[in-house]
Ligand binder design. Structure first.
Ligand code: KIV
Length: 261
């Protein structure tokens, strides 16, 4: 059964929340089959799938396309659509773009930073909002951990509280010291979802390409559960050799996919 924002709030303190990103239909289908309750269609798509150097190159049209693909693959899973850079500059602009993601298939939207006016406005229009504090990739100068000094730590704590007080039902905490994530998790009544923020958050999110080992760079705080890039290399090499030696398609033994004959 598809979970809603209130279900996630109820999980705080009782059951850790697993979240994965997804950008395509078949990957979303497998994630749903695994029972992961929430998928984030993140603007990381720009870096891990589209080859951009920054998430700032992602547009609302890109996000609509990927939210739609993920929804077609995972019809019973809560989907969070990320509002890309520049699409939440003021409440009315954010509402128009959030509604586009909801129409494309999202159940809620995520936005970076303590933009309380925007969050309040979206919530007033019945759009469930996920906040994002700590490292904010859309505006950060680099991807280094932040929150190590007392001043930075209290700024991040205040930002997380501002996001919650504006009405967000969940807050992603990115790349901050574990002890700070623990303090924020204890201070908030809504769940925190960590990425590079240690074990004490209410849930954890991983970028699916990092978890799959797909790509050529994975952040040190991520975990590779497989090495799919290696599999793609092996498949492409075998295929190429077999075509050149005229083995393929003569050596097809069994067709196990959908019958398209
Ligand atoms: O865009 C994204 O995938 C994210 C995660 C890194 C949390 O914001």
């Amino acid at each position: 059964m598809k979970m809603d924002s209130q279900d996630f709030v109820t999980m705080k303190g009782s059951k850790p929340i697993p979240m994965l990103t997804a950008y395509t239909c078949p990957v979303a289908r497998s994630i749903e089959e695994a029972g992961v309750p929430v998928i984030l269609v993140g603007d990381t798509v720009g870096m891990v799938e589209m080859g951009f150097d920054s998430t700032r190159d992602v547009t609302i049209e890109h996000m609509e396309y990927h939210v739609g693909a993920v929804r077609r693959g995972a019809q019973n899973t809560h989907i969070i659509g990320d509002l890309p850079y520049g699409t939440d500059v003021d409440p009315e602009t954010a509402l128009i773009n959030a509604q586009r993601l909801i129409r494309a298939g999202a159940d809620s939207v995520k936005l970076e930073g303590p933009n309380d006016q925007v969050i309040r406005y979206l919530v007033d229009y019945n759009i469930p909002v996920v906040g994002h504090a700590g490292l904010l990739p859309q505006t950060a100068k680099n991807f280094k951990q932040i929150g190590r000094t007392g001043e930075e730590a209290s700024k991040i704590m205040n930002e997380a509280q501002t996001i919650q007080n504006a009405g967000a039902f969940m807050v992603v905490l990115e790349h901050i010291p574990y002890s700070l994530a623990d303090e924020i998790t204890k201070a908030l009544s809504v769940p925190t979802i960590g990425i590079g923020a240690g074990p004490d958050c209410d849930g954890q999110v991983l970028v699916i390409n990092d978890a799959l080992g797909l790509g050529d760079y994975w952040p040190p705080f991520s975990k590779q559960y497989a090495y799919v890039s290696k599999t793609v290399l092996e498949v492409a090499t075998d295929f190429s050799e077999e075509v050149e030696s005229r083995k393929f398609p003569n050596n097809i033994i069994q067709f196990t996919g959908t019958d398209r004959s």
